[in-house]
Design a protein. Structure first.
Length: 196
């Protein structure tokens, strides 16, 4: 496994080592694709957008501030590219929120992780409702919820990635969770972190 830091890989890339850029892409490809997929929901479109994100990163790498986090810079590109795509597209039908196995990562994140056997059918219904509720959030609200709940980024990391004040990110997350609770009208909806 490659042990060099992102900063070292970027420096060696600019010194002429093309393989360093490939290593950076491999390092972040899965996380960026999962993030895009959770926002876009369509496999093929998510693949295209992920490719576009890495092309944008490559084209703009010379402008990247090497004192900053490469990961958060890449997430900012992913967020902006995904939201631009959503602004141009019509709302997606509910069926687009499921993968080829009928499973949705967001619904798993937002629903009770270990429902009892007698609650299994109700749990599936709640998961479908949760997916539909998340789809009603704005793209920016959805991005914050996904990055915090699914990718487990701190609000500070999301703030840096989005280039927005920490309080703005926290407020957007709170508003998104409040909307989800109202849409779901469920006591098991995600709780708002009082320290958020």
């Amino acid at each position: 496994m490659e042990q060099r830091s992102d900063k070292e890989l970027i420096e060696t890339y600019f010194s002429g080592d093309e393989m360093s850029l490939e290593l950076l892409i491999v390092r972040y490809l899965g996380a960026i694709f999962r993030f895009v997929r959770s926002i876009i929901h369509v496999q093929e479109d998510s693949e295209d957008i992920t490719q576009e994100i890495f092309v944008k990163a490559w084209r703009n790498l010379a402008r990247f501030n090497r004192e900053k986090s490469f990961k958060t810079w890449l997430l900012a590109i992913a967020k902006n590219t995904s939201l631009d795509y959503l602004r141009k597209k019509k709302p997606l039908p509910f069926s687009k929120f499921e993968d080829e196995h009928g499973r949705n990562i967001l619904s798993e994140t937002l629903s009770d992780a270990k429902p009892s056997p007698h609650m299994h059918a109700e749990g599936r219904e709640f998961a479908r409702d949760a997916v539909a509720a998340v789809a009603k959030l704005s793209g920016e609200e959805r991005a914050v919820v996904v990055l915090h709940l699914q990718e487990e980024l701190s609000f500070a990391e999301i703030s840096e990635a989005f280039g927005e004040p920490l309080d703005t990110v926290r407020s957007r997350y709170r508003r998104a969770i409040i909307k989800l609770r109202a849409l779901l009208d469920e006591p098991n909806a995600p709780k708002v972190d009082p320290h958020a």
